[in-house]
Design a protein around this ligand. Structure first.
Ligand code: KG4
Ligand code: ZN
Length: 382
């Protein structure tokens, strides 16, 4: 089954052609980051206007790069939530219109579920033939697993611009919420802190980059707070964010004139604070909490595999620390390549496939759901 997938939930316009929910024939993303950078964050009205301009060219590019004609597309998928209403509307309406015009099945996809299913996508190299192990490659087998697929039961750490959740996934489509953020999402904290540090938007990659410039002798120069919320799997990042804010503000007021040797790195120019040290201390604090809780939850649930999902899953410090600690326990960590962690349409095609395989279809009056959550079931394990 070959799916044309569309993603437009925020400031990225994506279209992809995906086979068997795993093989990327094309994956085109038009980012507006450079436009929103000057505002220090996404401006919804600007985002939806650019979605409108980008959608058709991006869809055409995805078909072209996949060398696919419309006759070779079997279904259309588009994100219907969560995200910015105006942005979602562009991709969802476009997807439904294309499905109607071409007489193709349509499925609306939950963006958060898609971030998780990015872990089913194969790297874009080599021979894409479907595996034929056991001599069985029956396209109608609904439970088919391919070698290399993530193995249930899974624990997922979903960390994006608006979500931070620990989720137990015993099988396809079943999500049990263990814990979530009580205030800011991890990505949101990265973005806000990067902003006060003058590092630009999006904040995650900027902070990771700045942190890499830390002089290893200056470790532990800043002690930043961690909210453990012991006894729960919940997170909280607003105290940490406020602590950084206060440090920057305090330094700004007490700054010695011309003291900032970090200005050339685009740092909080006036503050005189050593931005790499501060960025690293902040990143350490976020990673410390995310990794510690994820490792404990993996042990408590006795899972064999953990998957990372969402934009913050691109963070190298988080990946490194988790792989190290989980490996020591014999637990496998999986995460998508960076380009498939941040918003893209390939992951929409991956999630769509598993629903379409079950015979699911969306009606063409499906509306956008800006506040959509994962479809949580009652937890059996907490
Ligand atoms: O999943 P995503 O692309 O969009 C949402 O669905 O929200 O996540 C975007 C978030 C942003 O907050 C961005 O700063 C963060 O992911 N992010 C990172 C990194 N790359 C992106 N955070 C930390 N380290 C990174 N390397
Ligand atoms: Zn996302």
């Amino acid at each position: 089954m070959r799916i044309l997938a569309i993603e437009s939930s925020c400031d990225e316009t994506g279209a992809a052609v995906i086979e068997h929910g795993r093989i990327i024939r094309s994956n085109v993303v038009a980012s507006q980051a450079s436009i929103h950078e000057r505002y220090g964050g996404v401006v919804p009205e600007v985002a939806s206007r650019h979605q409108l301009d980008a959608l058709i060219p991006v869809v055409e590019a995805a078909l072209r790069e996949a060398s696919a004609t419309w006759d070779e597309i079997d279904a259309i998928a588009a994100t219907y939530g969560p995200g910015l209403a105006g942005s979602l509307l562009v991709g969802l309406t476009g997807g439904k219109a294309l499905a109607l015009a071409r007489g193709l099945p349509f499925i609306g996809v939950n963006h958060l579920e898609a971030h998780i299913y990015a872990n089913w996508l194969r790297p874009q190299t080599g021979d894409h033939a479907a595996p034929t192990t056991n001599g069985e490659n029956d396209e109608d087998d609904e439970d088919d697993e391919w070698p290399g697929d993530p193995r249930f039961p899974l624990l997922a750490l979903v960390v994006s611009g608006a979500h931070s959740e620990l989720v137990s996934i015993p099988r396809h489509g079943r999500y049990e919420l263990l814990g979530q953020t009580r205030d800011d999402a991890a990505g949101e904290a990265f973005d806000k802190v990067a902003r006060v540090m003058g590092l630009g938007y999006p904040g995650g990659p900027a902070i990771q980059h700045a942190a890499a410039l830390r002089d290893s002798n200056s470790k532990n120069r800043f002690r930043l707070p961690r909210a453990w919320l012991n006894g729960t799997w919940d997170f909280s990042f607003s105290g940490l964010k406020t602590a950084v804010l206060q440090l920057v503000e305090g330094a700004e007021h007490g700054a010695e004139a011309g003291a900032s040797r970090y200005a050339r790195e685009g740092a909080a120019q006036a503050s005189g604070l050593p931005i790499p040290d501060l960025a690293a201390a902040f990143q350490d604090a976020v990673v410390d909490v995310l990794a510690t809780k994820t490792v404990r939850a993996a042990q408590a649930l006795e899972v064999r595999q953990v998957v990372l999902a969402g934009g913050v899953a691109a963070n190298i410090a988080l990946r490194d620390r988790l792989s190290r600690e989980l490996a020591a326990l014999g637990i496998d960590l999986r995460y998508p390549p960076v380009a498939l962690c941040t918003d893209n349409a390939a992951m929409i095609g991956a999630a769509a496939w598993f629903h379409l395989r079950q015979g699911e279809r969306s009606r063409l009056d499906l509306d956008v759901r800006p506040n959509l959550q994962l479809p949580f079931a009652e937890s059996s394990s907490s």
